[in-house]
Design a protein around this ligand. Structure first.
Ligand code: ADP
Length: 336
């Protein structure tokens, strides 16, 4: 049988999982597991690049692991980045194969450092935030990933990864690293219900995202109060309404979706009905995921051990790469 292609993707443990994350990334990850050899990382080293609290970071890491499993990621495909410290080691080596000027052109660095400037802590911007895309390159290349499912916002980082791989290959005179390709699967961009002109996101504050694991009543309330009339029009439809239809479709409520689209076209659409349908769709997923989560909670220790074991298994692959890279780069390898 032909070997399945390697897919790698990572997510930062920075707080609640919202429906933007789910529809825009995780649902796709779950499906990719059918066709590819998938590795998904909860990248806690990355979460240190913005101001954070140590205790909260560890909690968020496990919380995200449990939530990913509850939404359909297979535990065997999961690893926690800090349990595979070779990522950080490769990242150092790659720092020496990365152009300083290239890093400075990363738009995410510009955006995130601007965010820090407005916050306390004297506008502290860590060098980690600057070199973050190098660690990301290590995350990808350490597993020789063929494909990386990314959003358009990450395209620039993947380009840098390919650049680093090429420079390394060139310097050692061997096509050692596979150049990873982006995997652009069609995923919806979910907008904030409170302000449909901006992306649903944690960083915008609580009212701008719907937590996948929230209480049902909160989800219904958030959908009921979704802004419908403001925002830019998408083909005649206001962005708020378009976003609600998008959510309905993403929730696989196809019958309700098609019938409400007809209502919209004939001018008979009642917003309250659309909102009710969206809330039902989100709540159906929420119930399913919360019940999976409750089962996992009953076996917390086993689940944690399982993910520690899968991280150890995945680590073996990272160790193999690091060993070869050190040989190729002129560093020493000794087994003590
Ligand atoms: P946040 O913006 O809430 O901090 P992250 O940046 O941690 O979210 O995103 C994690 C993943 O979820 C990424 O793959 C990102 O592309 C996806 N994602 C985040 N917000 C949305 C959204 N509103 N619509 C679609 N996908 C999203």
């Amino acid at each position: 049988m032909e070997q399945r292609k390697q897919v790698l993707s990572c997510i930062q443990p920075t707080g609640h999982m919202h429906f933007g994350n789910y529809f825009g990334a995780i649902k796709n990850w779950v499906q990719l597991q059918n066709d590819y050899d998938c590795i998904y990382g909860v990248v806690d080293y990355h979460a240190m690049t913005m101001p954070y609290q140590a205790k909260k970071l560890r909690e968020n890491t496990w919380e995200l692991i449990f939530n990913l499993i509850a939404t359909g990621i297979q535990p065997d495909n999961l690893f926690i980045q800090s349990l595979v410290p070779e990522h950080a080691e490769l990242s150092w080596i790659f720092n020496c194969f990365t152009s300083y000027g290239h890093l400075g052109r990363m738009t995410q660095f510009k955006d995130k450092s601007a965010q820090n400037k407005d916050k306390g802590d004297g506008g502290f911007i860590s060098a980690g935030l600057y070199t973050y895309p190098v660690l990301q390159a290590a995350d990808i290349l350490i597993y020789r990933a063929d494909y990386v499912p990314v959003g358009k916002d990450q395209e620039q980082h993947l380009e840098l990864t390919r650049d680093i791989a090429q420079r390394f290959n060139h310097q050692i005179g061997k096509e050692y690293f596979v150049l990873p390709e982006p995997l652009f699967t069609e995923v919806p961009k979910v907008m904030s219900l409170a302000d449909p002109t901006r992306k649903m996101s944690k960083s915008a504050g609580e009212k701008h995202y719907v937590n996948v694991f929230a209480e049902e009543a909160r989800i219904r309330k958030q959908v009921r109060s979704a802004v419908t009339d403001t925002g830019e029009a998408t083909e005649g439809m206001s962005e708020g309404i378009a976003n609600l239809f998008r959510l309905l479709k993403a929730s696989e409520c196809h019958e309700a979706h098609d019938s409400l689209v007809q209502d919209y076209q004939s001018g008979a659409l009642k917003y309250v009905d659309l909102k009710e349908a969206v809330a039902n769709g989100l709540v159906a997923l929420n119930e399913q995921f919360r019940s999976a989560r409750a089962e996992l909670n009953a076996n917390k220790k086993e689940v944690k051990n399982q993910v520690k074991a899968s991280s150890a298994e995945i680590r073996k692959r990272a160790q193999e790469t690091i060993k070869q890279v050190k040989d190729l780069a002129g560093l020493l390898n000794v087994r003590f």
